[in-house]
Structure formats: structure tokens, C-alpha cells
Design a binder for this molecule. Structure first.
Ligand code: GTP
Ligand code: MG
Length: 214
């Protein structure tokens, strides 16, 4: 893509996310999904990694998606609508990998997420969030394999970048890049973000719009 086209896309993304964004619904099962009217981009990641915070940062709304310190607060697929007329739906997925998760909850989570990933042609991309302080864990690798198998293209996003030194973040970025290259559905572009400082947020907005329009 040319530099001018890049800048145009970035400006369109900025305007889109500065405009109307609304919570649509919470879907505890596939029968509750909204009509597949527009492209969707889903947020995945371990519990507490910062999915809801990132969604709020991207849309510039503090309390749109509920954030908390209690792991496993989000248990459904939460749909948010962007644009008027509607252009993109963002999907906040339940977090995985917290220690106290009961087995049947994990089973339910896997079924809901797998069914959604496999049966949703409008799902254009997923964002797999990884805490910069921890890096990729086996539960993240499992999520990445689910996406590989469902052939859903995804970006890895290193979150909470404000919590570690830039040099450590740089090293983590490189090792994560190397690991992503081994996954067929992983997109070569990786993002580092902070919902606290706003770093990397504009770039992610552009990537979301790009994913939804290609
Ligand atoms: N310093 C810092 N803290 C963050 C950032 N993003 C999220 N947090 C904090 O991390 C905690 C968890 O954030 P959430 O956005 O609720 O995480 P989540 O991934 O949605 O969690 P679940 O819904 O339980 O899966 C909250 O206390 C946030 O304030 C960030 O970029 N920097
Ligand atoms: Mg959440």
C-alpha cells in the first residue's frame, strides 16, 4: 500500500472510532448472535490481559466495555457497534486461563469460542492480546492453534506496554514475532499497546479498519 493510501486509511480509522460506538448485546450462546450484517473483529486473550480496556481505548470511551480486577468477569461474547451507518462490530470475548476457573466453565468457554470462530464468515480478524509482562503462555498458544484451525487471521497485541521497560518490550516483540511466524493464521504485523498512555492505539484502529475492509 502506498504511503498516501496508508495515511488516508489512518484518518478514516480515526474518524470512524471518534464517531458513534454502542454496546449491542451479550451473547451467551450461538443462538444469540446478531445477524451477520457487517465485518467483525474479535478480542481474545487471557483473563485480565486488558481486552475490555483496549476496546475502551480504541473507541475513546472509558466505560463502554466493563473492566475489572476480578478474572473471568466477561463470560459472553459482547458485541459493540461502530459507525452510523454501522460499519464494524467489535467482539469482546471471555478471557481464558485463570487459575480458579472451574472445569465446566472452561469447557463451555471452549465450545462457545470454537463455534463462533468456525461458523462466522463475517469475522474478519481476531486480536490475541498478550500481557507484555508475561509474554506468550501455553494457553495463548492453544488459542492461536484454535484460530489456525478455524483459519481466522489474527494479530498478536502486546498489552500494558507502560508496565515494562522499552528495552524489555523490544526483546519481547522480537521473540513474539519469531513465534508468530510459525503459525499459519498469524498476521506478520504485531502491535504493542498501552491503554494507559494510548501508545499503539491509533495503529490498531487502522489495522481494524483495514481488516474489515479487505
Ligand atoms: N497499566 C496498565 N493497566 C492496564 C492496561 N490495560 C488494562 N489494564 C488493567 O488491567 C486490569 C484488567 O483489565 P481488563 O480490561 O478488565 O482485562 P480483560 O482482559 O478484559 O479481563 P477479563 O474480562 O476478566 O477477561 C484492569 O485493572 C485494568 O485497569 C494498560 O495498558 N496499562
Ligand atoms: Mg473484559
Amino acid at each position: 500500500m502506498s504511503e498516501i493510501a496508508d495515511e488516508e486509511l489512518a484518518e478514516r480509522a480515526r474518524k470512524l472510532f471518534a464517531g458513534p460506538v454502542e454496546f449491542l448485546k451479550s451473547a451467551p450462546g450461538l443462538q444469540f448472535l446478531p445477524d451477520p450484517a457487517v465485518p467483525e473483529v474479535a478480542f481474545a486473550g487471557r483473563s485480565n490481559v486488558g481486552k475490555s480496556s483496549l476496546l475502551n481505548a480504541i473507541t475513546n470511551r472509558k466505560g463502554l466495555a466493563r473492566t475489572s480486577n476480578t478474572p473471568g468477569r466477561t463470560q459472553e461474547l459482547n458485541f459493540f457497534e461502530v459507525g452510523n451507518p454501522l460499519q464494524i462490530r467489535l467482539v469482546d470475548m471471555p478471557g481464558y486461563g485463570f487459575a480458579e476457573a472451574p472445569k465446566d466453565l472452561v469447557k463451555r468457554w471452549k465450545k462457545l469460542v470454537n463455534d463462533y470462530l468456525r461458523g462466522r464468515p463475517v469475522l474478519k480478524r481476531a486480536l490475541v492480546l498478550v500481557d507484555s509482562r508475561h509474554g506468550l503462555k501455553d494457553v495463548d498458544r492453544e488459542m492461536m492453534r484454535m484460530l489456525d484451525d478455524a483459519a481466522v487471521s489474527y494479530h498478536l497485541v502486546l498489552t500494558k506496554g507502560d508496565k515494562i521497560k522499552p528495552s524489555a518490550l523490544g526483546t519481547l516483540y522480537e521473540t513474539t514475532l519469531t513465534e508468530a511466524a510459525k503459525h499459519p493464521a498469524a498476521h506478520p504485523a504485531i502491535f504493542t499497546t498501552s491503554s494507559e498512555t494510548g501508545s499503539g492505539i491509533a495503529e490498531l484502529r487502522t489495522a481494524i479498519l483495514e481488516a474489515a475492509t479487505t
